[in-house]
Design a binder for this molecule. Structure first.
Ligand SMILES: N[C@@H](CCC(=O)N[C@@H](CS)C(=O)NCC(=O)O)C(=O)O
Length: 252
């Protein structure tokens, strides 16, 4: 691999330092960093995603709204350059092009199955807890766009995502805590060594990145004190997990 930065990663800007916050773009960034693939980042404003990505020929990720989404990458080390979008497609491409170290220890199918379990037990239980507070980490124009367009995705206005009563809030937390406990039990069945939940003693698996990416969004953009509530659950497993992925959080 040459030392030149031939891959460009399209990521979302924010008011955080460092800026990266999206649970999907983090997945691509983790893979690039873990494989030590040189790349540069192009920061995109939320309202400009469609215009920027269609201009570079990135494939749409959906027929309906949003037609375009980040992450997307351009790999200019090949002629003609490869332009890809969707975190799962990008992960497969990077695995094929830069096979070592592999992001699929235990096999690709197992990593996908575990990523689906993370989706069911954690990710699906989080959006209404995090979306209402996400504008706090976005520049004004991006925040306005984000709030104005979530209904098209979730069928609910952002203001109506906020829990209507302490009971509803408690139910959401209970559902999330139950999901985390189920996921914790699943990780206990995997032969993964000390450090990684879905990897091996040699290194992490893709599902480790999927989980960490979601936690980072929750910690940065979620409700006040929310991450503090999660990090000590299940014997502190989640807190240790975020500490472990830190070595792959470089922003190039
Ligand atoms: N299936 C896509 C989903 C990516 C996605 O939803 N990205 C969000 C940012 S977190 C996005 O670009 N949304 C565009 C929009 O809402 O206009 C993937 O896995 O990459």
């Amino acid at each position: 691999m040459s030392g030149q930065q031939l891959i460009k990663l399209f990521d979302l800007r924010s008011t955080c330092t460092p800026q990266t916050w999206s649970p999907f773009t983090w997945r691509a960034r983790f893979v690039l960093n873990y494989k030590k693939v040189p790349y540069t980042t192009e920061w995109v404003a939320f309202p400009d995603i469609g215009e920027v990505l269609s201009a570079v020929g990135a494939p749409p990720t959906s027929q309906s709204y949003p037609k375009y989404s980040v992450p997307a990458i351009i790999d200019a080390s090949v002629d003609p350059p490869v332009v890809l979008s969707d975190s799962a497609i990008i992960a497969d491409y990077l695995e094929k092009t830069y096979p070592k170290p592999s992001i699929y220890p235990h096999g690709r199918e197992a990593q996908i199955r575990w990523s689906d379990a993370i989706m069911e037990n954690v990710i699906r239980r989080m959006p209404f807890m995090v979306i209402p507070t996400t504008p706090k980490i976005l520049p004004e124009r991006d925040a306005e766009y984000f709030v104005g367009t979530r209904k098209m995705l979730f069928g609910v206005d952002v203001k109506d995502m906020v829990a209507r009563s302490p009971e509803e809030e408690a139910e959401r937390w209970q559902a999330l805590e139950e999901g985390l406990s189920k996921l914790s039990a699943l990780t206990d069945e995997i032969e993964h060594g000390e450090r990684w939940l879905f990897g091996t003693v040699q290194g992490p698996g893709y599902a480790d990145f999927v989980l960490a990416a979601m936690f980072i969004w929750f910690r940065l953009a979620g409700p006040e004190g929310g991450w503090e509530r999660i990090e000590d659950l299940n014997g502190g497993k989640w807190k240790r997990h975020l500490a472990h992925v830190q070595e792959y959080q470089e922003i190039l």
